[in-house]
Design a protein. Structure first.
Length: 94
């Protein structure tokens, strides 16, 4: 009996986490739209692997913008590429 209760708890947790991620995607997409990002704009992602990376990526796509993924985001070259190319917005950590 405890195994089935444990399984239900895992499924509920996964569903709640999925809903939270979808809400984050929507909120991030709305934030980009409020900042003037529109369909066809280029948004560079300068982030290492982190939990927020995929929701940010999908939030960019939800606005209709183009997500530019920079190689080796902590390198000076990636920073220069992001700011020198025709990028409309850059997402990075402080």
């Amino acid at each position: 009996m405890p195994k089935s209760l444990y399984s239900i708890t895992i499924i509920e947790t996964l569903l709640l986490n999925g809903i939270a991620e979808l809400l984050f995607i929507d909120r991030f997409a709305n934030l980009l739209l409020e900042r003037g990002i529109k369909k066809g704009d280029k948004v560079a992602i300068l982030l290492m692997n982190c939990l927020e990376w995929l929701p940010i990526y999908f939030g960019i796509l939800k606005t209709g913008a183009i997500a530019e993924i920079m190689p080796r985001p902590n390198s000076m070259l990636a920073t220069r590429l992001a700011f020198s190319s025709k990028t409309d917005q850059v997402i990075s950590r402080r």
